[in-house]
Design a binder for this molecule. Structure first.
Ligand code: ZN
Length: 168
């Protein structure tokens, strides 16, 4: 996602471009401070049960109609683990516990996040049901995977299919 800032969020003055802290940044000459563009952080949750992985079908673009692991943005004041648990509940109606940090990926495709933190998780309770950004949900075996979207979901699911996720 490109970032644009035309006006100072504090005083409302037009911003200039200025070299500050290592790169060109929008800068307010009145407040004498830059505007920092913080990365958007998302969490992805890998849930395996009975040799199947839980996937959700995206109900909106990017990637509408394709499948991905449950995922979403974390709030600024939320821990990544709590965000992963919340997003999983919103998209799958399942209460999960986080088991392990699997990977941290940078943005590599048209996904909406800049930093993606990926966890494995186990179901505590609930009946799987699609919600929020997801319009369908399903359990998939290694030899029956649907068309996936987004680098983290494609990478982790492929590793799992090939038996390489355990040692990842
Ligand atoms: Zn200002």
């Amino acid at each position: 996602m490109s970032r644009i800032a035309n006006y100072c969020p504090i005083c409302g003055q037009p911003l200039i471009e200025k070299h500050h802290a290592g790169r060109e940044r929008p800068y307010c000459t009145s407040c004498e401070r830059p505007v920092y563009f913080d990365p958007k952080v998302a969490v992805v949750v890998f849930i395996e049960q009975d040799d199947k992985v839980l996937l959700v079908r995206r109900g909106m673009d990017p990637g509408m109609g394709k499948w991905a692991l449950p995922a979403g943005f974390i709030d600024y004041d939320e821990s990544p683990e709590d965000g992963a648990i919340r997003e999983t509940l919103e998209e799958t109606n399942l209460n999960v516990k986080i088991d392990k940090l699997l990977a941290v990926y940078p943005k590599k495709d048209n996904g909406l996040a800049d930093v993606i933190i990926c966890y494995s998780a186990s179901i505590i309770d609930g009946q799987a049901q699609a919600g929020d950004d997801a319009d369908d949900i399903g359990w998939y075996t290694r030899d029956n995977l649907p068309e996936l979207v987004f680098y983290p979901s494609i990478t982790l699911t492929t590793l799992w299919r090939d038996g390489e996720l355990e040692s990842y």
